[in-house]
Ligand binder design. Structure first.
Ligand SMILES: [Zn+2]
Length: 286
């Protein structure tokens, strides 16, 4: 289970969100057999996604966060809603030499490309925000998205640490300046955020509660809410059936003739769905 703590500092003139998705990343490593680099790319994107999900209003609201690039990982997709999240990478076993500072080269794995957020808020059209990637390291890219698409000035620190046993820390800290914040407050906030240049070290040492207590609570801080976020996939036989129906009878008959069955695999949870000739024929009789 992941955890999110929503707080305010400076009596509410800045919002700081703390995200811990260590358990979620460990589950994802098992599901997708992720290399350490891919676990880092997915874990950072899951952290940003958990923030988006936690800020949706209605339980039925959903979002997707997609990072696509020309690097060897190809793309990272995260989706979910309030309290639930799931994700995958296009290429799960990519490995690159570490960067000069010893960190995993997520930017090299992603490359140049775009970050896209889609939110389905139950309105006629979904909200779509998109920006060009800055570094492909995800944190800077997400901060740019927040500024360009949502008009939010923020500092975003995201990090994932993986060792031979799996993920030992994954999450982040997202600080937002709200209207009315003073220059003095901004200087203090920027100064505090410099502690998270290597946020992974901090996440490994301290729980997110401890990070809030240690670095933020004395700045007129208040905890607004503590929420959980679980790895949940929403795929179902019904969804796959609708997908198969959308192919049309002719296409389905051709696949059955060639392969004897129609198989589909969920990208998010890798569950395999298979339908034989009898089952597919029955779809058209319904
Ligand atoms: Zn699934």
């Amino acid at each position: 289970m992941g955890k999110i703590i929503k707080t305010g500092i400076f009596n509410g003139f800045a919002r700081v969100t703390f995200i811990d998705v260590t358990d979620v990343v460990n589950e994802e490593i098992k599901i997708h057999d992720l290399s350490p680099l891919c676990a880092a790319a997915l874990g950072r994107t899951l952290s940003a996604g958990a923030y988006i999900g936690a800020n949706l209003k209605a339980a039925s609201d959903t979002f997707s966060l997609t990072v696509t690039g020309d690097g060897p990982i190809g793309g990272v997709v995260v989706a979910g809603g309030p309290g639930n999240i799931r994700g995958y990478v296009n290429e799960s076993r990519v490995d690159l030499p570490p960067r000069a500072d010893g960190h995993l080269d997520v930017g090299g794995g992603i490359g140049k490309g775009y970050l896209t957020v889609v939110k389905d808020l139950g309105l006629k059209d979904p909200y779509v925000g998109r920006c060009e990637l800055v570094t492909g390291e995800i944190a800077e890219d997400f901060a740019k998205y927040l500024l360009v698409s949502e008009g939010v000035r923020s500092a975003v620190a995201l990090g994932v640490r993986v060792n031979a046993d799996g993920c030992i820390a994954a999450g982040g800290i997202i600080a937002e300046a709200l209207p009315g914040i003073t220059e003095d407050m901004l200087v203090i906030l920027e100064d505090v955020m410099t502690n998270f240049g290597s946020v992974t070290d901090v996440l490994q040492e301290k729980s997110i509660e401890e990070i809030y207590d240690f670095y933020f609570s004395h700045l007129d801080g208040e905890i607004y809410a503590t929420e959980k976020v679980d790895l949940v996939c929403n795929c179902s036989e019904e969804r796959i059936v609708n997908l198969i129906k959308s192919l049309g009878k002719k296409e389905c008959d051709e696949i059955i003739a060639e392969q004897g069955k129609i198989e589909a695999v969920c990208h998010f949870c890798e569950k395999r769905y298979a339908f034989g000739k009898e089952e597919v024929d029955a779809l058209w009789r319904e």
